[in-house]
Ligand binder design. Structure first.
Ligand code: DMJ
Length: 643
């Protein structure tokens, strides 16, 4: 046995000492007294050190409870009656045998902890050897597992509901070969729009067909929610594009997730997503669409937490915090936004048996009914904190449009039993006709905008939907004025067709004037664009259904050809910035409503009337067909779980 080299106080290095019996066989007798004394000194210092260590080193037993947290493991049964004593919360058995067992146990646990630490270290080392991509893939797999677990939790089946009579969900094949050819052309345009979105924008909200990449706007928040997929589903379905439909369904099933920190427009999400999902559910019967629609609706509900129950325009899907658009008059919510929830929300209550959705929209209706209306008109702005109107602007175009549409459609959707909605529609339309509808010098009927008691003689492309609405509401109108409203619808259709016909591209501008010598023409440069909007074609289709006048098919065909000629690019379809210019520039956006509405209305225009017949289906404002709920006497009582 060797001892370590010792340093004497002088600092001079001594030779190593071997104190074993055979270490110095010839020198034992020769050790001098001074050397013996030094040895003795060293030995006594060593003994003092050991003695001190025995007394002064920390007592590890005092720390067991905290270091190891193992008291339950070490001595599972605390029974002081059998000779054990409790020392500061830690129980030690008095018997020597027990102490031995205890030490062994402690040792075993220390070894285990050591082994665990080593294992963790090894794992960490292994991780560090992996590439960034491998680590990210592992994190993603873990995340997916959690999402799947959550999905299982959220995907509880909803209560069964008797499905309304679903007639005319396919076919509509026209007998006339020319019409059939036109219909096929529209289907081909849909394929072109979808395939390019599929290739370049898949999962994004919309497509930039020239840059060939995804696109989004603030209405969808900052998330990729596949708006085009959801919006396009029912169009794909009625066109018989079933492979594409299934692709969309698969994406929705696997990827459409609403637990995202994203601030979205309540109105847009309702009409495009909830409307799209509900229509896809009714057409295909696939539960996933219903479940997703209900999950999403749950995320919109916090928007209604305002002092009046009038919802905020935007809501954060994760936090539920809502707010209004900065540009809206005096912090107001917008009539066309909070007034365009009724159809979808009634269907949600019908399908889930939960009245919460129905109550929200009926609350809005009751509140509006109680309010004074300047000249019988509904202003576009309403403050959700005070319950007061903002600026007294009224429009049948942007900011107002679909509120009126949904009053009429609430009545139609209830199998014409919701008379309250019909009355509100009739009253509103009478006031609009009195104050907003005029004839131009050239004899064109137009719908202007009411601004603080003054009529602005300007009509928006959006306003053109009203031709179809007047025709749709003709049957059942007050004082049996069906003929009058059908005529009004025809006049608006004519005016809107003029707004197309008077351009170079034969596509309509965003807004057009009836002032001085100007008739149905855009004046300001920033009103000359066409962004693939559907409203004019929508009106042609309704007029076609109610009159079968071939001119509507002809006008629709002109519009389809112009779109194909001027908006089609190799990467999809794009809006154009100036419909009066012979060399237009593109805005590079393929709007989701082009697939949901524009192409759907065109396809229906060249189909027979037995495809989605209007006695059975009501189209939401994004052209998503929802079935009429044939409910006796009440607005809503179809779901047995609901009564
Ligand atoms: C669509 O999203 C809906 O039709 C909405 O009601 C208003 N406008 C766009 C299309 O122009």
């Amino acid at each position: 046995m060797t001892t370590p080299a010792l340093l004497p106080l002088s600092g001079r290095r001594l030779p190593p000492l071997n104190l074993g019996a055979s270490a110095f066989p010839h020198h034992r007798a020769t050790l001098r007294l001074s050397e013996k004394f030094i040895l003795l000194l060293i030995l006594s210092a060593f003994i003092t050190l050991c003695f001190g260590a025995f007394f002064f080193l920390p007592d590890s037993s005092k720390h067991k409870r905290f270091d190891l947290g193992l008291e339950d493991v070490l001595i599972p049964h605390v029974d002081t009656s059998k000779g054990g004593k409790n020392l500061g919360g830690f129980l030690i058995h008095g018997q020597g045998h027990d102490e031995h067992r205890h030490r062994e146990e402690e040792e075993r646990l220390r070894n285990k902890i050591r082994a665990d630490h080593e294992k963790a270290l090894e794992e960490a080392k292994e991780k560090l050897k992996k590439s960034r991509d491998e680590i990210q893939a592992e994190i993603q797999t873990e995340k997916n597992k959690v999402v799947q677990e959550l999905k299982k939790k959220d995907s509880k089946p909803l209560p069964p509901v008797p499905l309304p009579n679903l007639v005319g969900i396919n076919s509509g094949e026209p007998a006339d070969p020319d019409i059939r050819e036109r219909r096929n052309k529209i289907k081909e345009m849909m394929k072109h729009a979808w395939d390019n979105y599929r290739q370049y924008g898949w999962g994004h909200n919309e497509l930039k067909p020239i840059a060939r990449k995804g696109h989004s706007t603030n209405i969808f928040g900052n998330s990729q929610m596949g708006a085009t997929i959801v919006d396009a589903l029912d169009t794909l379905y009625i066109m018989g594009l079933h492979d594409e439909f299934r692709e969309g369904q698969e994406w929705i099933d696997k990827n459409l997730d609403f637990s995202v920190n994203s601030e979205v427009s309540v109105f847009e999400v309702n009409i495009r997503f909830i409307g799209g999902l509900l229509a896809a559910y009714y057409l295909s019967g696939q539960e996933v669409f219903k479940i997703k629609a209900v999950q999403l609706a749950g995320k919109l509900l916090p928007a209604f937490n305002t002092p009046t129950g009038i919802p905020w325009a935007m809501v954060n899907l994760k936090s539920g915090v809502g707010r209004n658009w900065g540009w809206a008059s005096a912090g107001s919510s917008i009539l066309a936004e909070f007034g365009t929830l009724h159809m979808e929300f009634v269907h949600l209550s019908y399908l889930t048996g939960d009245p919460v959705y129905y109550n929200k929209v009926m609350h809005i209706r009751k509140l509006l009914q109680k309010m004074d209306r300047p000249n019988g008109l509904y202003p576009n702005y309403l403050n959700p904190r005070t319950g007061r109107w903002g600026q007294h602007h009224t429009s049948v175009g942007g900011l107002g449009d679909s509120f009126y549409e949904y009053l009429l459609k609430a009545w139609l959707m209830s199998d014409k039993t919701d008379m309250e909605a019909r009355k509100m529609y009739d009253d509103a339309i009478e006031a609009i006709e009195k104050h907003l509808i005029r004839k131009s010098n050239g004899g064109l009927t137009f719908i202007g905008e009411w601004k603080n008691g003054h009529l602005e003689r300007k009509m928006g492309h959006l306003t053109c939907f009203a031709g179809g609405m007047f025709a749709l509401g003709a049957d059942g109108s007050r004082d049996d004025k069906a003929g009058h409203y059908l005529q009004l619808g025809a006049e608006i259709a004519h005016t809107c067709h003029e707004s197309y016909d008077r351009t170079t591209l034969k596509l309509g501008p965003e807004a057009f004037k009836f002032d001085g010598g100007v008739e149905a023409v855009a004046v300001r440069q920033n009103e000359k664009y066409y962004i693939l909007r559907p409203e004019v074609i929508e009106t042609y289709w309704y007029m076609w259904r109610f009159t079968h006048d071939p001119k509507y098919r002809q006008w629709g065909w002109e519009a389809a050809q112009a779109i194909d000629k001027y908006c089609r690019v190799s990467g999809g379809f794009s809006g154009v910035k100036d419909v009066y210019s012979s060399s237009p520039t593109y805005d590079d956006v393929q709007q989701s409503f082009f697939l949901a509405e524009t192409l759907k209305y065109l396809y229906l225009l060249f189909s027979d009337d037995d495809l989605l017949p209007l006695d059975n289906w009501v189209f939401n404002t994004e052209a998503h067909p929802l079935p009429v709920l044939h409910l006796a006497n009440t607005t809503l009582s179809g779901n047995p779980a609901y009564r």
